[in-house]
Ligand binder design. Structure first.
Ligand code: GUN
Length: 282
């Protein structure tokens, strides 16, 4: 029998804890916690994400500052805004929604976000500290996966964990987090040989590939914990994950659905990181 890991329920519980933390911070300091969200251009998916991030802030009592810049904005204009936010004491966290429109130098813009306000955990210092297992701000999606595993009471120490995908945003930080939690970690990607065999040895399998239903039942060990980070569309245009959920679920001890699994945790972890960033700057 498998158990579905309910990301919405975990997210709700965690948001309550964050809201309490925000109240405590305000009582202690007399100050609000602020998150600046920068959206350049009019990508539809990014607009939805940004709207949900702002709604999340309201829900837990974090003040949000939203900046909508036109797609034709120059590198200098975006850089100027990020520099202003970096210097603004009312802003504890800065999030520049990605992808940025073509022609803008994403790395250069992200590098202007101070480490202490990098609530996405994307900058080199935060990534480096994660590798060294030191305190840092951790990318929201992999951090959300860890929170779900923790809240489910799933043991990680000594387990074989396989991460499929090596992006800077998900795969790499995910692998580091699992390693820091004492798992034996294998990272697979598009050039990996024997992907099926490696996945089939996983006690904890994290799929972050970006291909609909790519992980099939023959790639999953009996009793595995399967975490699906994918947000894909199936042949009928319906939202689905990287895991062939219907055929895989019966082999699992735990599995996350799409939608309703990892997705709801990502924005919650952004709120978590914003509170953490504020507390660390005291
Ligand atoms: N675009 C897609 N996911 C993310 C994310 O986690 N953070 C930012 N800033 N942009 C994104």
């Amino acid at each position: 029998m498998y158990k579905i890991i309910d990301g919405k329920a975990h997210s709700k519980g965690l948001r309550q804890e964050i809201a309490e933390g925000v109240i405590e911070y305000k009582q202690r300091t007399g100050k609000d916690i602020g998150l600046a969200v920068v959206l350049v251009g009019n990508d539809g998916a990014s607009q939805v994400y940004v709207r949900n991030k702002i709604k999340g802030c309201e829900e837990v009592g974090i003040k949000s500052f939203a900046y909508y810049l036109p797609a034709e904005s120059s590198q200098d204009q975006v850089e100027e805004l990020v520099k202003e936010l970096a210097a603004n004491d009312a802003v504890n966290g800065i999030l520049v929604q990605l992808p940025l429109p073509k022609g803008l130098d994403e790395q250069k813009i992200l590098s202007l976000i101070p480490v202490s306000k990098d609530v996405d955990g994307f900058c080199e210092s935060n990534m480096g500290n994660l590798c060294m297992n030191r305190p840092c701000l951790v990318a929201c999606t992999p951090n959300g996966v860890m929170k779900m595993l923790e809240r489910e009471g799933i043991e990680i120490r000594g387990k074989n964990a396989v991460v499929v995908g090596r992006s800077n945003i998900v795969g790499k930080p995910m692998a580091m987090l699992l390693l820091n939690a004492d798992a034996t970690v294998t990272v697979c990607h598009s050039k990996t040989k024997n992907l099926k065999e490696i996945c089939a040895g996983a006690d904890i399998l994290v799929a972050a590939i970006g291909r609909a239903k790519y992980i099939t039942a023959d790639m999953v060990k009996d009793g595995a914990v399967v975490i699906d980070v994918g947000m894909d569309r199936d042949e009928n245009g319906k939202l689905c994950g990287d895991v062939d959920f219907e055929n895989v679920k019966d082999k699992c001890s735990y599995i996350t659905p799409v939608p309703g699994g990892v997705g709801p945790m990502t924005i919650t972890m952004l709120l978590f990181n914003t509170l953490a960033a504020a507390k660390r700057s005291l």
